[in-house]
Design a protein around this ligand. Structure first.
Ligand SMILES: *[C@@H]1O[C@H](CO)[C@@H](O)[C@H](O)[C@H]1NC(C)=O
Ligand SMILES: *[C@@H]1O[C@H](CO)[C@@H](O)[C@H](O)[C@H]1NC(C)=O
Ligand SMILES: *[C@@H]1O[C@H](CO)[C@@H](O)[C@H](O)[C@H]1NC(C)=O
Ligand SMILES: *[C@@H]1O[C@H](CO)[C@@H](O)[C@H](O)[C@H]1NC(C)=O
Ligand SMILES: *[C@@H]1O[C@H](CO)[C@@H](O)[C@H](O)[C@H]1NC(C)=O
Ligand SMILES: *[C@@H]1O[C@H](CO)[C@@H](O)[C@H](O)[C@H]1NC(C)=O
Ligand SMILES: *[C@@H]1O[C@H](CO)[C@@H](O)[C@H](O)[C@H]1NC(C)=O
Ligand SMILES: *[C@@H]1O[C@H](CO)[C@@H](O)[C@H](O)[C@H]1NC(C)=O
Length: 379
């Protein structure tokens, strides 16, 4: 392998860079890489060859050999200044949008700032198109390991990361089958829907994962599927509960997000199986917690019953008190019986009043309610 330096920042930083310094035209910069081990001089023949190569990729994309997917390869110049290039647009991108996406690549190739000016071998991945160019003939014997760029989203599921990741893997796997064997464009998009959903660190609840896979359309089904499988094999180490991510190579790539990022309707709509009920083997690891929770639930139920009974008794008493106070106490001021039941100051005054032993005894005797006597006497 060459000494290769990755000049990518985080996806977030790049997205903001692309918004600040690059014309967006509906295409966000995902990742790029300059192979700094290789360089050409300003205004050299290589540079002018590269300029015409990039113009040719953009112009020819709308007249692709593989409609509706914009895909072109080209080579410009003669050794030692010959430059090879490949351009691919996302499968849902029409000729116009494909051309305008590819027309952004010179910003990375020659633009001001920390891009790839003066570097002979570069990969640029926008969300709608990609370009790889090199001083080497990488087209005659494609080696998909020449570049790989990854990125993860900025939010994570907070629980069940393993289950979430497994859903993403099965979505990308199903889409890879579909793109490789059931399309001529080698492009597939689809969704995985989870009824129960996943809570994320940013406070969202995710119910839908959107996925996209694509190979260059010149590949045979088996080759495309193998290309994607190599990326799928990397998913466990690349993503850990991240709500979005991508692994990008020149001949195949995939991306998943919890937001919608492609045009058109999904070709596959998968439904996540319901999560298995928590296995009993997890109880020992959390025994006191589980036991405590169960105990607390029983305690709560018991206290609710006790409280309910107490409230009923209190209501009965309040009615009894109210009748008696209306009959025997001259200072009763609230004439509305309905409000009396729920009027706390009145209630308190009434109970304070009846806390005095003598009156209490008289009252209870006069009303002849023995079951209440005991309770009242305690208060
Ligand atoms: C390259 O050409 C441009 C104009 O074509 C000129 O302004 C610039 O100075 C040249 N750079 C070098 C290093 O020759
Ligand atoms: C388009 O590609 C063909 C080769 O496939 C090339 O001959 C032609 O010059 C290209 N067109 C443009 C406008 O670059
Ligand atoms: C290409 O797609 C864009 C939307 O992505 C649409 O606005 C535009 O009209 C389309 N152009 C053609 C020629 O279909
Ligand atoms: C590689 O090139 C990029 C862009 O020219 C630059 O930002 C980066 O610092 C370079 N890295 C090294 C190790 O030279
Ligand atoms: C998500 O996880 C990544 C890697 O573990 C971490 O860098 C990032 O800060 C996390 N994001 C949130 C919102 O927790
Ligand atoms: C291809 O599509 C057919 C229906 O058109 C479907 O039965 C089959 O399962 C699909 N194959 C794959 C690999 O998805
Ligand atoms: C995944 O993330 C969780 C929590 O964010 C952490 O406990 C676990 O060690 C991580 N696993 C890997 C393989 O990074
Ligand atoms: C709950 O905890 C008690 C001790 O506090 C223990 O005797 C009992 O076996 C536990 N029950 C379960 C189901 O873990």
């Amino acid at each position: 392998m060459d000494i290769r330096s990755v000049c990518t920042a985080s996806v977030l930083l790049l997205l903001s860079l692309s918004r600040c310094f690059l014309p967006s035209a509906g295409a966000d910069l995902l990742e790029y890489e300059c192979n700094n081990g290789t360089s050409y001089a300003a205004n050299s023949t290589y540079q002018s060859n590269l300029r015409s190569l990039l113009a040719s990729l953009a112009a020819n994309a709308s007249r692709s050999l593989f409609p509706p997917v914009g895909f072109t390869t080209a080579a410009v110049g003669a050794s030692p200044d010959k430059v090879w290039g490949l351009g691919l647009c996302r499968g849902d991108t029409n000729g116009t949008d494909c051309e305008s996406c590819l027309a952004l690549v010179p910003d990375i190739a020659f633009g001001q700032g920390d891009y790839c000016m003066g570097v002979k071998e570069v990969s640029v991945f926008y969300d709608r198109c990609l370009v790889h160019y090199s001083f080497r003939d990488f087209l005659t014997s494609p080696d998909n390991r020449i570049v790989e760029l990854r990125g993860a989203g900025d939010d994570n599921v907070t629980r069940d990361a393993g289950r979430f990741d497994a859903l993403v893997v099965s979505l990308v796997g199903a889409l890879s089958d579909w793109a490789a064997f059931n399309t001529t464009t080698r492009y597939a998009v689809g969704t995985m829907v989870s009824d129960d959903g996943f809570a994320t660190a940013n406070g969202a609840v995710v119910h839908r994962i959107n996925g996209l896979v694509q190979c260059t359309p010149d590949q045979a089904p088996g080759k495309c599927r193998d290309c994607l499988q190599a990326l799928i094999d990397e998913m466990p180490e690349a993503f850990n509960g991240s709500t979005g991510g991508h692994i990008l190579r020149v001949w195949c790539n995939f991306r998943f997000e919890v937001f919608e990022f492609y045009d058109g309707s999904p070709m596959l709509q998968l439904v996540a199986p319901r999560p298995a009920p928590p296995p009993s083997s997890t109880v020992p690891t959390d025994q006191t917690g589980g036991n405590g929770t169960r105990w607390r639930q029983h305690a709560a139920t018991a206290s609710a019953i006790v409280l309910g009974v107490a409230l009923i008794l209190l209501s009965i008493f309040t009615i009894l008190l109210w009748r008696n106070t209306r009959r025997e106490l001259p200072y009763q001021e609230d004439d509305d019986p309905a409000s009396l039941l729920f009027n706390l100051p009145t209630l308190r005054r009434a109970t304070d009043n009846f806390a005095e032993e003598n009156k209490l005894g008289q009252l209870v005797q006069s009303r002849q309610t023995p079951s209440c006597t005991r309770k009242f006497g305690m208060g």
